[in-house]
Ligand binder design. Structure first.
Ligand code: NDP
Length: 257
């Protein structure tokens, strides 16, 4: 097989939850650039419509779906609509995420539930929903988006966030083991520090923490969302067919410093 074919996603369909901005949109554009048709699944319809336009401009088919990933019925509908509109589902990127930056003793039960539901429960529900389709098609790729807090304690990002991000790694490993027989690979990407709506409050509200984070990154700068494209294309493509249950950091060296 030629190298280009190893990474070619033509004819594949990818769902990216939370794909209407930030890291999700960056990855969705990467997958589109490799030839995949794209489903953007998120709540803000205006942002989703804009993202769909940007992805269509790359020459692939794209649709936007209004989905709150905390709602099981909406996850089911997301997968059904994907198959109706684009015929198949080959790649699921569990990227939708939220954070509540509080100390554990200040965190309410509702905040714990919200973060766990958006970041972890949704990844399980979406994976379970795509499973029969992928199995029927003869394989598929599931990519969970973790974080540096999949590895480290919560610090200023909160206990529910780190608990959920640790959880998505273990979820990927569990799916990897269970579904290897179906030629479904499940892996996790752990992004380092990227300036998005999720993190843009840090320099403002936690300036000392921002300085500390920035000083620690060996590469000397925060990442650009485009710098996640290589990892997500790789884990979505034939090039990674014997890689499952793996954890890939894209962090400018932050986690090994
Ligand atoms: P953004 O805030 O830009 O993106 C979060 C995305 O999740 C949005 O598209 C949002 O869309 C969607 N989302 C949130 N809640 C829901 C929900 N209930 N249902 C459906 N979609 C939802 O932040 P990032 O791009 O930074 O975050 C993307 C992922 O990357 C997250 O999982 C985050 O934890 C992770 N990450 C980010 C890092 C960073 O440095 N930025 C570092 C490591 C990991 P909408 O509001 O329209 O629903």
């Amino acid at each position: 097989m030629k190298v280009e074919q190893l990474f070619d996603l033509s004819g594949r369909t990818a769902i990216v939850t939370g794909g209407n901005g930030g890291i999700g949109l960056g990855m969705a554009k990467g997958l589109a650039g490799a030839g995949a048709d794209i489903v953007i699944a998120a709540r803000n319809a205006e942002k989703t419509a804009q993202a769909v336009q940007e992805i269509e401009a790359l020459g692939v088919r794209a649709i936007g779906l209004s989905v709150d990933v905390t709602d099981e019925a909406q996850i089911r509908q997301m997968v059904a609509d994907t198959v109706d509109a684009l015929g198949r589902v080959d790649i699921l990127v569990n990227n939708a995420g939220t954070v509540v930056r509080k100390t554990p003793e200040q965190t309410t039960t509702e905040e714990w539930d919200l973060v766990l539901d958006v970041n972890l429960r949704s990844a399980f529900l979406a994976a379970r929903e795509v499973y029969p389709r992928m199995q029927q098609q003869g394989g598929g790729k599931i990519i969970n988006i973790g974080s540096m807090f999949s590895l480290f304690g919560g610090g200023g990002s909160g206990a529910p966030y780190s608990s959920s991000k640790g959880g998505v790694v273990q979820l990927a490993k569990s799916l990897a083991v269970a579904w290897a027989k179906d030629n479904i690979q499940a892996n996790a990407i752990l992004p380092g520090w990227f300036m998005t709506t999720l993190t843009s409050d840090i320099p403002v509200n936690q300036p000392e923490r921002y300085e500390m984070i920035s000083r620690r990154i060996p590469t000397g700068r925060w990442g650009e969302v485009e710098e996640l494209q290589g990892a997500v294309i790789f884990l979505s493509s034939r090039a990674s067919d014997y890689i499952t249950g793996a954890v890939l950091t894209v962090d400018g060296g932050y986690s090994v410093m």
